[in-house]
Design a protein around this ligand. Structure first.
Ligand SMILES: Nc1nc2c(ncn2[C@@H]2O[C@H](COP(=O)(O)OP(=O)(O)OP(=O)(O)O)[C@@H](O)[C@H]2O)c(=O)[nH]1
Ligand SMILES: [Mg+2]
Length: 251
């Protein structure tokens, strides 16, 4: 259903005032252009729906589990940041994969999907967050898996967590801030656990963003936050001085 003009305008204005968006407009456009993304996460978390939203398609209404590998043709993501700023990002090399544990552990499964990716989006749900499945349960197992593969994926790869289906908790995007506040402690606990589990590769983690693939207005707010968070983390990585390694002694 198309947005009412007033709603659309309100979203534009809100986005234009977000500091994350201003930062994104500044430098991230070039950085994101042509990036390879991988989308992983448990069964039915919303991976297909995320790819569909990025392609400006409707999300699948019914869940039909994705196969082990399904190549998605590279596509352009158009983000309308403000009335005058539209960002075109090309997502290349997206491979869609099902969330089953067997697919995660198969050599042609999640690992090969993540190989060569610049950014890995891990999609979980708000239920996973509330039920603390990152402490014990499927999300925690996935984080353990990620910790074992990260050293093989290159120094630059970034990981971002999308906490999906928040439309089950709020009726409208206008409550996004209130929900974020309400879930702040849970999100901090998630952050702390992810960093601890991923050690010593925790610097690849760029944070978690509440999102809904189903609700377009929530998606619009959330996707900018997520893209900006990934970009700023990358930027910080660039300016953080790297430890100087002592030259190896020659014998
Ligand atoms: N309420 C709600 N439902 C959602 C959301 N995102 C996805 N869904 C629903 O969740 C179900 C699963 O979505 P998919 O995108 O197919 O999930 P998937 O992660 O690709 O699943 P697998 O490929 O089996 O691992 C579908 O019925 C979607 O309509 C959301 O943000 N909110
Ligand atoms: Mg799928």
């Amino acid at each position: 259903m198309p947005l009412a003009p007033t709603t659309a305008l309100r979203i534009f204005l809100m986005l234009a005032t977000l500091p994350e968006v201003r930062r994104l407009v500044k430098g991230a456009v070039a950085w994101w252009s042509g990036k390879k993304i991988a989308v992983i996460g448990p069964t039915a978390a919303g991976k297909d729906s995320f790819i569909a939203r990025l392609q400006q398609r409707e999300i699948p209404r019914r869940h039909t589990g994705s196969p082990l590998r399904e190549k998605v043709k590279s596509f352009d993501v158009k983000l309308a940041l403000t009335r005058t700023h539209t960002v075109d990002i090309t997502c290349k090399g997206v491979v869609n994969v099902g969330g089953e544990v067997e697919f995660r552990d198969s050599p042609r499964g999640w690992r090969s999907v993540c190989e060569g990716a610049d950014v890995i989006f891990y999609v979980m749900t708000v239920q996973d967050l509330l039920k603390k499945r990152f402490v014990r349960g499927r999300v925690r197992q996935d984080l353990d898996w990620l910790q074992t593969v990260l050293p093989h994926l290159g120094d630059r790869v970034l990981v971002h967590v999308l906490v999906n289906k928040i439309d089950l908790e709020i009726a409208s995007h206008t409550h996004y801030g209130a929900l974020a506040k309400e879930l702040a402690a849970d999100l901090r606990a998630l952050d702390a656990t992810v960093k601890r589990v991923l050690e010593p590769y925790e610097h690849h983690y760029t944070g978690a963003t509440l999102i809904s693939m189903k609700n377009k207005s929530i998606f619009t707010i959330a996707i900018h936050r997520a893209f900006a968070a990934v970009y700023s983390a990358f930027h910080e990585q660039d300016v953080v001085p790297q430890p100087v390694l002592a030259p190896a002694l020659e014998v």
